[in-house]
Design a protein around this ligand. Sequence first.
Ligand SMILES: [Zn+2]
Length: 182
Amino acid sequence: MTTSASVPTEPEDAISTDGTVTDRLIDANQRYAAAFSDPGMDARPVLHVAVVACMDARLDLHAALGLELGDCHTIRNAGGVVTDDVIRSLTISQRALGTRSVVLIHHTGCGLESLTEDFRHELEMEVGQRPAWAVEAFRDVEQDVRQSMQRVRTSPFLLHTDDVRGFVFDVKTGRLREIDPA
Ligand SMILES: [Zn+2]
């Protein structure tokens, strides 16, 4: 699909020449599974925390936060936006799987900073149908984190909204900066 609404893409030289990228992932999984042994874990996250973050490829959540397998729920989308579907996941995370804390992570250089809600209009012009979702583009990453914290704190579906903290991850330094909710 080509669209004027597309985000600029990187060159495709990182993709393996033999087989598709998915073939490469399947090969990697075969090696992973060969060395894998059942950790015998419960589905309930060990640290009782859910992390909501942008899908950005430069953000390695487990490494950046010192998380191990089984420690947390990870909920990611474009921007780390607290959408209705993120609230759905958080509600299940808290009510069915015992998490109590929520960590929100946005980051510097997010692709959503270069988009506007015109993206939806351009899509509509191209495909003849307006998407039901908002783009959730933003200009001020701190304000965006505050809005996300507010959406979690005011959700009527969540059991635990007292420990909700928001951060900006700097993709150049690897550091997290906490955002004051006020
Ligand atoms: Zn992002």
